[in-house]
Write a protein that binds this ligand. Sequence first.
Ligand SMILES: NC(=O)c1ccc[n+]([C@@H]2O[C@H](COP(=O)([O-])OP(=O)(O)OC[C@H]3O[C@@H](n4cnc5c(N)ncnc54)[C@H](OP(=O)(O)O)[C@@H]3O)[C@@H](O)[C@H]2O)c1
Length: 323
Amino acid sequence: MTDSTRFELEGKRVWVAGHSGMVGSAVVRRLESEGIGSLISASSSEVDLRRQDATERFVDDTRPEVAIIAAARVGGIHANRSAQADFLYDNVLIAMNSLRACQLAGVEKVAVLGSSCIYPAEADQPMREEYLLTGPLEATNEGYAVAKIAALEYGKMLRHQYDMDVISLMPTNLYGPGDNYDLETSHVLPALLRKTHEAKVSDSSTLTLWGSGRPRREFLHVDDLADAVVFALKNYSGADHLNVGTGEDVSILELARLIGRIVGWDGEYVFDSTMPDGVMRKLLEVGRMRELGWEASTPLEAGIESTYRSFLEETGLTTVEIS
Ligand SMILES: NC(=O)c1ccc[n+]([C@@H]2O[C@H](COP(=O)([O-])OP(=O)(O)OC[C@H]3O[C@@H](n4cnc5c(N)ncnc54)[C@H](OP(=O)(O)O)[C@@H]3O)[C@@H](O)[C@H]2O)c1
């Protein structure tokens, strides 16, 4: 662990790249209590971060003092494996252009969001930060993972070469308000929430799970991640990246049953073995964040209950009594 330094956000001009996304909007909500000077943001149609000139012009014009890079092309296992090239291309460009623009404009502090898929597919569990680049990546999301590793390494090199204060956070699977419920592109938890709700309203007695239901995954509420981002900006400065998770995992079948209880559906699960399982276990070792003084605070059940309420509001579906 390298140095820890107190950094103040109060009064600062803060750029949240990807402010409209699930993570970005949680960060914007969390920043409301920090007394920042102003929030800088732009949608991808205003400033496409894959375009170097547009990105550099935007950062030069708006002059942020702090940047949080939460813009990315994001998707679940299906979207990732069917568009590896696009996930690599878009995410490398977004990260490189954003970081380079921040370096040229002399941004004081930058936090970059990566993902737990940077670790080798066969990594020991729970995964420690130092397992990075110790083995081959999971094949289903290699494009995305390579882009996230490139961003992390570029951040380290900017720190080394330009003494730029870039920190990188690697969150586990996230869920919460603003999630993507499109079954073609969504992650497992929002997909299960939607499928279970649909099974309930259509009175279906079965629900199909992709794969075997046995892989184990960790889930972090996005408001906890936003809190971790603010905490790390204020309390951490170092080249080492930080895992952000709960340190606890559940099997996909256990998750499905928990969602079933919350939604109020009690049918049978059917397993679609033509769909991939991905890595059998993925759990982050979260000791570094704990040592710095941060821990996740939203229990999974309470987090899914509130997310189910957001799902009903966001999708415009009839609100039903949560059991
Ligand atoms: N979701 C998860 O479970 C998860 C887990 C671990 C890590 N992360 C990381 O967290 C970060 C944010 O993820 P998220 O779930 O919040 O994604 P999201 O909901 O899909 O939001 C993506 C954001 O990125 C912006 N964006 C996409 N392409 C852009 C482009 N070319 N130029 C400018 N902006 C662009 C979008 O802006 P527009 O809406 O204007 O297009 C949107 O605000 C990513 O780095 C991701 O890797 C997410």
